[in-house]
Design a protein around this ligand. Structure first.
Ligand SMILES: Cc1ncc(COP(=O)(O)O)c(C=O)c1O
Length: 355
């Protein structure tokens, strides 16, 4: 069932019992020390504590992700879910997680905060940053790691991991470790979510977010999809009221059927812009290579990344310097912007001193 991997001291943890959890909203609400009047600003209802896991949002996300509401934990971005997983499963100075750098930095940050060891199975540039399933399995078993994080598409390199490779890792670690597939960018890829493969695999979990393709980074809403037992356990460890009411309202509006067309249009536009920008950059004399991308960014290696970043910054264009990541020296990460923004990048790079 995989819940046996949780921290033993938390298995019988009694979660905080908030007023909103104890009783549903009613005509006269005197159970949460709120002010009884509508707020001075911000809209009706903001004087009340929000539902910790709003059923309408859970239902809509479950529908979009093709799972049940009981399989979903919704938190303050997928960042919160990463933190909860590590806090819930790793004992300080005893347990470990496995990651494949270069990858998203929060797995390591949360592990360090929790005092969990970070075991690395690096991706290799010479191999196109492909996942190394057997090395991941060996590392997880050798250290009895509790969690294996696989970022697919990987931030910051951009590629999807092979579905077969991920499932091979999950199957080999059944009952031994949880395998968490971070799909923050999956909407930009031409492959369905791995949540489809979850039936029969209680150690496979998926992270999703509204921060990327759904355009709601400021609302801070992300999800963890897993077995109902693991989700119920982690929900018990959450802050009492993790989701702010305005964020939930914005999410429900952004996810409504009326927005489907705009959503698909933006996805198609990002993919088209990604293709064009990649081709144009690859032809630039300062570019060594543009890594293939299944996400809404490009990882680009330059002859002199620092000079290019400074050149772009001087023209008001900020990109992410990746040189501190293993295997990514002289690399910059560029998010795909609007056509005008991408054109501005190309125009800046065409300027004389960058040629
Ligand atoms: C791979 C990956 N996972 C998770 C996150 C966190 O996303 P959220 O905004 O949902 O916390 C990010 C943010 O950049 C990311 O790149």
């Amino acid at each position: 069932m995989s819940l046996h991997l949780a921290r033993p001291d938390l298995l019988h943890f009694v979660p905080y019992s908030s007023a909103r959890k104890e009783s549903a909203p009613s005509a006269v609400m005197l159970n949460a020390n709120e002010l009884p009047w509508a707020p001075y600003a911000g809209g009706d209802g903001l004087n009340r504590y929000p539902d910790p896991q709003p059923s309408a949002l859970l239902a809509r996300l479950a529908q979009i992700y093709g799972v049940t509401p009981e399989q979903l934990l919704v938190g303050r971005g997928s960042d919160e879910a990463i933190d909860l997983l590590i806090r819930g499963f790793c004992r300080a100075r005893q347990d470990a997680i496995v990651i494949s750098p270069p990858t998203f930095g929060m797995y390591r940050v949360c592990a360090q905060l929790q005092g969990a060891e970070v075991v690395e199975v690096p991706l290799q540039a010479c191999d196109g940053f492909a996942l190394r399933p057997q090395a991941l399995i060996d590392a997880a078993l050798a250290r009895s790691a509790k969690l294996v994080f696989i970022c697919s598409p990987n931030n910051p390199t951009g590629q999807l991991a092979s579905r077969e490779a991920i499932l091979a890792v999950a199957d080999a670690l059944d009952e031994r470790a949880l395998v968490i597939v971070d799909e923050a960018y999956v909407e930009f890829a031409d492959q369905p979510s791995l949540s489809e493969a979850m039936p029969g695999r209680s150690n496979l979990l998926v992270l999703r977010t509204l921060s990327k393709a759904f355009g709601l980074a400021g609302a801070r809403i992300g999800s963890l999809i897993g077995s109902p037992a693991i989700i119920a356990f982690l929900r018990g460890l959450m802050a009492p009221y993790p989701l702010s009411a305005p964020s939930v309202a914005a999410a429900l509006e952004a996810l409504s059927d009326t927005r489907t067309e705009a959503f698909s249009g933006h996805l198609a536009q990002i993919k088209a812009e990604r293709k064009e920008l990649a081709e144009r950059l690859q032809a630039h004399p300062e570019v060594i290579r543009v890594w293939p991308s299944d996400a809404n960014f490009l990882c680009v290696q330059w002859r002199d990344a620092c000079a290019v970043a400074a050149h772009l910054a001087a023209r008001g264009i900020i990109v992410r310097d990746l040189s501190r990541y293993p295997g990514l020296s002289q690399c910059l990460r560029l998010s795909i912007g609007t056509s005008a923004e991408n054109a501005a990048v190309l125009a800046a790079l065409a300027a004389e001193e960058c040629a």
